[in-house]
Write a protein that binds this ligand. Sequence first.
Ligand SMILES: C[S@@+](CC[C@H](N)C(=O)[O-])C[C@H]1O[C@@H](n2cnc3c(N)ncnc32)[C@H](O)[C@@H]1O
Length: 219
Amino acid sequence: MKRFLKLTEDGSHTLYLPEMDEHFHSIHGAIQESMHVFIANGLHRCSKSEINILEVGFGTGLNALLSLLHGQGKTIRYFSLEKYPLTEAEYSQLNYAQNDDDETQSLFLQLHQCEWEKPVQVAPGFELTKLQADLSTVDLSALPLFDLVYFDAFAPDKQPDLWTDAIFNKISAQCQTGGIITTYCAKGVIRRSLQKNGFLMQRLPGPPGKRQMLMGEKA
Ligand SMILES: C[S@@+](CC[C@H](N)C(=O)[O-])C[C@H]1O[C@@H](n2cnc3c(N)ncnc32)[C@H](O)[C@@H]1O
């Protein structure tokens, strides 16, 4: 599968997948988008000190890195599903730690290089479990209940099979009451499907370049 490195408008990288004509992040700014959708409207809305996170699509590891950097003071167990992991040649070019110290780059590489299918303590208070799995078929019931879900699949018009009632039902069943789901997508059909499957949904202002996004709490 060919994936090409691209610069987004905030200077951070994303990947472009020609066969799907889809980017991994907003072309208006990858870091800006992840900070807004997943950190400001996800992690920072969680008041608990111990948080279990499920991410759909580990991809570049950007959401995991930002959660590690901005979740300090909390104990995070981060579970991430990915069907098509990046190669070393791909992740080693990404500039997410470029303007930071070597320590951040070293943490970023550890997120990618640590073993799959088992929990790894990447930093104090941050445990990562990467699962090479397909969201459509994975059994989530073996995992702990989630406090926060980063729903970061490719867009519904590109991967409609990942934005179904059945999938939202499976995720909802594995969320704590009060657990949060957040996604960059703002489509009405997705809001209604999440609502039907147990989440009280809100439309929120989107990141730069996008009018709206969705966030919900498990009822
Ligand atoms: C929009 S990208 C976002 C990735 C990541 N969160 C990031 O910031 O780079 C969607 C990700 O979902 C992964 N993916 C695609 N189909 C999948 C599936 N059926 N199950 C799990 N992951 C899948 C892709 O390979 C890609 O890494």
